[in-house]
Write a protein that binds this ligand. Structure first.
Ligand code: HEM
Length: 145
């Protein structure tokens, strides 16, 4: 059972990360499209669908399956919560979830033609999920402490 849940956890993680890496890239292109243009309206649809149909459900699934795994960990009372790698992973995963919240807000801003940031800003933001993902996967797989 544990191994099955872990497999579905990793599948949910892949769907979540795919969207988290792609949406800021869409924002970079969206910045270059004139407000009201066909291109801009197409980006709005792509962004809304990606957020609602993929990354928000994938984030919820990742959390539910991950927390279930965490309670089944080796410590009889605290599961994986008693392990250093897991506590560090939790911090990075909370940061990723906060970024998810910001991305959801930016999708809403673009939808209302009220984007307040530059293409360069979204280019920098685009690096954050990559760095967090590298840290999280190393902690979860290598468990260095
Ligand atoms: C959202 C909250 C999350 C929680 C509570 C959580 C929790 C867990 C737990 C308890 C395990 C089992 C570890 C083991 O059995 O060795 C696990 C496995 C794993 N998690 Fe997460 N996780 C979360 C999010 C993520 C994210 C965002 C990623 C990647 C970006 C990720 C990547 C992985 C990987 C690759 C494994 C497999 C590790 C292995 O089998 O060696 N997790 N997760």
């Amino acid at each position: 059972m544990y191994e099955w849940i872990k497999a579905f956890h990793v599948i949910a993680v892949i769907a979540w990360m795919a969207g988290m890496l792609y949406l800021p890239r869409l924002f970079v292109y969206h910045c270059a499209a004139d407000k009201g243009s066909v291109q801009s309206e197409t980006f709005k649809i792509m962004e809304r669908r990606l957020l609602r149909a993929i990354i928000t459900p994938a984030m919820i699934a990742t959390w539910l399956l991950g927390l279930w795994l965490a309670w089944q960990g080796p410590d009889s009372r605290y599961g994986w919560f008693a392990s250093g790698w897991f506590e560090a992973k939790l911090v990075l995963v909370l940061a990723l979830s906060a970024l998810h919240g910001f991305i959801a807000r930016w999708v809403k801003d673009f939808a209302a033609d009220r984007n307040r940031h530059s293409a360069k800003f979204y280019r920098i933001i685009n690096e954050i999920p990559t760095v967090l993902m590298i840290g999280i996967v190393i902690l979860a797989v290598v468990k260095p402490f």
